[in-house]
Ligand binder design. Structure first.
Ligand code: NAD
Length: 369
């Protein structure tokens, strides 16, 4: 079904290799049941790469990342590399991948599975059936704007500063993607900024409104970011796609993530610009880190990474049916009461990382049936 599609696998550190092994298990299962095949290149990133090559990612791996159809990443980091020089720290590998691949759009879905409704701290009726997508601009804004720094003024006092800056093109491309993604979902976009107090917010709102003229079938509303944070907790189901800048997206996506109650369940995708053929550079990874406290114990929840692979099928390969089937398989194993320790509750069946991966494959076989 999928010939000559190339993927780069970067398991990274800690639980990264354990959860990525389960993605490979799922891929093997889908190769048999759905004839879904990819050529996989294996690579190193983070501490694992530092140990082997003295840097967090090699130029060769970067070349692979730039040339494959999609990158799947586990997680990087851990106490072992705490004393390594900053430019070689595990996170530097991740940042280089995001920067060199120009992954300007970070997609974070927040989906509440019925079986896990009790894992959230919010009331069941507020979150039941929740399925929203936060789209965060990832390569511009206040985290990158110049000037920045801590400086001493002529009178000897000090100040720290960062600059929130967005060009029209930067806002336009993330807005366009938001409208396109909403077109494949429920057709609604909420754009979030602080136009009441920030000039860059006024500009953001103006550009998003202009781009919207090309998407008449999509509903657009604007919401101040502080209100958006409040509404996410009060009534999250009012949203479909929320598009926002780097800073507000950082905060709002974490807020939305916790509606689902569990770090081990949260997938993400980071996308670059599409070329003439519609191909985008893309990297898929779970939201969680390398969880050194449970690494090597076969205890990690692999579902965030498996769901990241489902996003990869959807966004890089347009295989929506296979992606939906994988999501259903995950939902079904949860429905059967299987739980890794992080999502365990009374009356459920405890399983290891490996057993959870195997259960997803068994369920996929049944669905493909
Ligand atoms: P973390 O996400 O690794 O862990 C936080 C807590 O959640 C831990 O108790 C951990 O056991 C648990 N947890 C996380 N993922 C889990 C899973 N799949 N299944 C079960 N439990 C899970 O965050 P942290 O402890 O702040 O950071 C640990 C290391 O990971 C640090 O070195 C940090 O820099 C790195 N990190 C990497 C990424 C990334 O690679 N994208 C993201 C965040 C943190």
């Amino acid at each position: 079904m999928t010939a000559n599609k190339k993927m780069l696998f970067l398991p990274g550190d800690g639980i990264g290799p354990e959860v990525m092994d389960q993605v490979k298990r799922v891929m093997d299962g889908m190769a048999k049941s759905r004839a879904v095949n990819f050529d996989i290149i294996d690579g190193l990133v983070g501490g694992a790469c530092y140990d082997a090559h003295g840097c967090a990612v090699t130029d060769e791996t970067m070349t692979d990342a730039m040339n494959v159809d999609a990158v799947m990443l586990g997680a990087v980091g851990g106490p072992k590399w705490d004393d390594v020089a900053r430019q070689h720290r595990p996170e530097a590998g991740l940042l280089r991948l995001r920067k060199d691949m120009d992954l300007y759009a970070n997609l974070r879905p927040a989906i509440v599975f019925d079986a896990l409704i009790d894992a959230s701290t919010l009331k069941a009726d507020v979150i039941s059936g929740l399925d929203i997508l936060i789209l965060r601009e990832l390569t511009a804004g206040v985290y990158f704007g110049e000037p920045r720094g801590i400086e001493t003024l002529a009178d000897g006092t000090r100040r720290g500063l960062d600059t929130q800056v967005y060009t029209e093109a930067e806002i336009e491309r993330i807005a366009r993607l938001a409208f396109e993604l909403a077109g494949k979902r429920n057709g609604r976009v909420t754009s979030s900024e602080k136009a009441n107090v920030m000039e860059s917010g006024v500009f953001w709102r103006e550009v998003v409104t202009n781009v919207h003229k090309d998407y008449a079938d999509i509903e657009l509303n604007h919401m101040y970011a502080d209100n958006c944070a409040m509404q996410l907790v009060r009534n999250p189901k009012q949203f479909d796609v929320i598009v926002t800048d780097n800073l507000f997206g950082d905060i709002l996506s974490d807020c939305a993530a916790m509606l689902t109650g569990s770090l081990g369940m949260l997938p993400s995708a980071s996308l670059g610009e599409a070329d003439e053929s519609g191909r985008r550079r893309a990297m898929y990874e779970p939201v969680h880190g390398s969880a050194p406290d449970i690494a090597g114990e076969d205890k990690a929840n692999p579902l965030a990474t498996i769901l990241s692979y489902a996003m990869c099928l959807k966004y890089s390969f347009d295989m929506t049916e296979d992606a939906a089937m994988l999501e259903t398989a995950v939902e079904d194993v949860l429905g059967q009461g299987l739980r890794t320790p992080d999502i365990m509750s009374d009356g459920m069946t405890a399983v290891s990382t490996t057993q959870m991966g195997e259960a997803v494959v068994t369920e996929l076989d049944k669905l493909a049936g």
